[in-house]
Design a protein around this ligand. Structure first.
Ligand SMILES: C[S@@+](CC[C@H](N)C(=O)[O-])C[C@H]1O[C@@H](n2cnc3c(N)ncnc32)[C@H](O)[C@@H]1O
Length: 230
């Protein structure tokens, strides 16, 4: 195979292998690491995330990049407490180790189906879900545009996507420098693909045919609620 014919599909495979390796750690370590990244790289709080993602649980819900399920467990508990109990919940992720952690966590919740899937090519029919969440993972995917288009496909017309995307660090000393170092470390390990500019995220969303319902920046993160037009 020549370099020219090693197309983006080939590169995507390498990226996905890197992701699998980056998330091939014990789920407890992943959770501790995630908390540090949330605090010092995203400069976001757990409460903000719970508010955003639990409000977007519809009757047929897909949690993309569910990871070890620690955050999603909290999101689901909150949604149920607030009277938004889904009838069907599917969680998918590309890392087997993370899914194994999620399988243990949700072993006693028969509602939750888990599956190994790449966000760029999910094994779900068109318009299968009322809601999709992508928590802390948009900036991990090798191809943001492809992920958004694939999520749009599995959402029913009128269905909603809640997501947050890591932005290039902002703010003064020492926070910006700390976040930049964490991002460089995360990118070298394959945990993060890259941070984004807010405007390029909004362009990618529009190009994927998703309508912006709400968007706001907090810390180093762009939070969004998007809708597949009816
Ligand atoms: C930072 S973790 C977030 C996990 C969880 N949503 C949370 O907030 O705790 C990113 C997750 O994205 C998953 N991931 C990365 N690339 C993926 C892809 N192409 N398709 C599906 N999942 C992917 C990783 O395996 C990892 O579990």
């Amino acid at each position: 195979m020549t370099t020219d014919s090693c197309s983006s599909a080939c590169l995507a495979r390498l990226d996905l292998e890197k992701i699998t390796k980056a998330y091939d750690s014990e789920p407890w370590w992943y959770d501790v690491r995630g908390f540090l990244i949330l605090t010092f790289a995203y400069r976001a709080t757990l409460w903000e995330q719970l508010r955003l993602f639990s409000a977007n649980i519809g009757p047929r819900h897909l949690e993309v990049a569910i990871g070890s399920g620690t955050l999603f467990g909290m999101i689901l508990r909150r949604a149920r407490r607030e009277g938004r109990a889904p009838q069907r919940v599917v969680g998918c992720d590309y890392a087997e180790r993370m899914l194994a952690g999620a399988a243990r966590r949700f072993a006693k919740d028969p509602l939750i189906e888990l599956g190994l899937a790449d966000v760029g090519r999910m094994p779900y029919p068109d318009a299968d879900f009322d809601s999709v969440n992508v928590a802390n993972a948009m900036h991990c995917f090798p191809d943001l545009g492809l992920a958004l288009r694939e999520i749009r496909r599995v959402l029913r017309p009128g269905g909603t996507l809640a997501a947050n995307v890591l932005l290039h660090p902002r703010g003064g000393w020492p926070w910006r420098g700390i976040a930049e170092r964490i991002n460089r470390w995360g990118a070298a390990k394959g945990i993060v693909n890259r941070p984004y500019d807010r405007d390029e995220v909004l362009v990618a969303v529009a190009a994927a045919g998703l309508a912006l319902e709400r968007e706001w920046v907090s810390g180093n993160v762009c939070n969004m609620v998007l809708r597949r037009p009816a």
